[in-house]
Design a protein. Structure first.
Length: 79
């Protein structure tokens, strides 16, 4: 299983802060993103940051492993 975490306005658009996705051998971050974007298109309109196991991910060809934790976030600012 892969734990997928969402934060901020992405949670509002998915209706969940955590999803569990069945791991498939050879699965990439890009494949996971595309699968979730098809399910939650309005949420992924604002997603612009991703992390895998706590590390900022820029390469969507990154291979996931069973037990990976993937985070998708929108840009945010604080004050």
């Amino acid at each position: 299983m892969i734990d997928v975490l969402f934060f901020g306005p992405v949670v509002e658009r998915t209706g969940a802060s955590l999803l569990k996705v069945e791991f498939r051998p050879g699965m990439t971050l890009g494949e996971l993103r595309d699968e979730l974007a098809a399910m939650y298109p309005h949420a992924f309109e604002i997603v612009c940051l991703a992390a895998v196991d706590g590390q900022h991910a820029r390469d969507f060809a990154t291979q996931l492993v069973d037990g990976s934790e993937v985070t998708f976030m929108a840009r945010f600012s604080g004050g």
